[in-house]
Write a protein that binds this ligand. Sequence first.
Ligand SMILES: Cc1ncc(COP(=O)(O)O)c(C=O)c1O
Length: 400
Amino acid sequence: MNCNEIIAEEKDVIFNTYARYPICISHGAGSRLFSFDGKKYLDLLAGIAVCGLGHANEEIKQAISNQASKLIHVSNLFYTKEQVELAKKLVATTDHLKKVFFCNSGAEANEAAIKLARRYMQKIKNQERYEIITLEESFHGRTYATMSATGQERIKDGFSPLVPGFLHAKINDIEDVKRKVSKNTAAIMIEVVQGEGGVKPLDKKFVQDLYKLCLEEDIIFIVDEIQTGMGRTGKWWAFQHYGVKPHIITSAKALANGLPIGCMMATAEISKGFSLGSHATTFGGGPLVCAAALKVLEIIKRDNLIENARKIGNFALSLLNKLKEENSHLIKEVRGLGLMIGIEIVDDEKAKKIFNALLDNGIIVNLTQQKILRLLPPLIITQQEISYFVDTLAKILKKI
Ligand SMILES: Cc1ncc(COP(=O)(O)O)c(C=O)c1O
């Protein structure tokens, strides 16, 4: 099939839920993607913060291939070395989280966190606390509980009734959170940098106040690190910039550089909320994805990619802020942390034009909330590649 045929036939056989870019991708290499017609793209999206090590990484390919030739799946009825080794490496990225539950996606990781928080309250604390406070404009997934947790109405349109017990507070407004806390509050769940909601790093003081509130009121503090995690923001986890110690964090996306995996990590105390048979998944933590994730962690450490994310992220932010000064009629704000960057354009129409022009010029970014250009490049991105992007963007802005 050629690309035109694929696009035409996709409409007939695939649910109409995705607004796709009009490109058929054939392969990738590092931070490049190649379309069917041989056009080369600079990939500043990395499969939505997934391919942190870029595409077609040789060592990841080897790790997957070696594992595939031994054992792909066996179920959680057995022990496997890969799962335990990965869990040990993951808890070592924090100094306080001790246990891991593996699953297959971000939504499932958050679903597990929600279930654990409620069950801990009911079974360990003997309290009927079930409410979970999340933030407006947050995004936590598309399953029923995680959609109910999400603070964006458009995501929930047509799906009522939702899972009860979720309240949404205003971002950076501790008083609004306090108004929503009651004797029923089990947990507060946040992204410390809201991703899909428009790349919004929360105020440090707000996050610290939330944490303090959780400690005072015996509320479980959950940080969704699905988009921010695995080094993207310049630390293993974004919460580590904020001087807080969440009781639960969730991860997925970049964990295995593209193979589907998710995980929830919790403190020793909160992990008591799950007991034998209380939660499970057939595929979660299978040896294939764990072998890939082990290699991802090894490469991130060995190649100092977290430091690269911090350095290149700062470099990108400084160039983009300069561009904003020169183009304040088009760029409203530039914000981000590490390699999670949002460029807010003054209106939706201009944002769409800029997005399309970038694509025409062989640069892939994402457009979120209609007017925010979101950059989630691979952690291996170079200064030259960022400079090329900013130069191209500058040329495009001149023509808008
Ligand atoms: C912060 C956050 N949480 C949860 C999810 C859901 O993850 P998944 O799409 O793997 O279910 C996403 C996905 O974009 C996300 O960015």
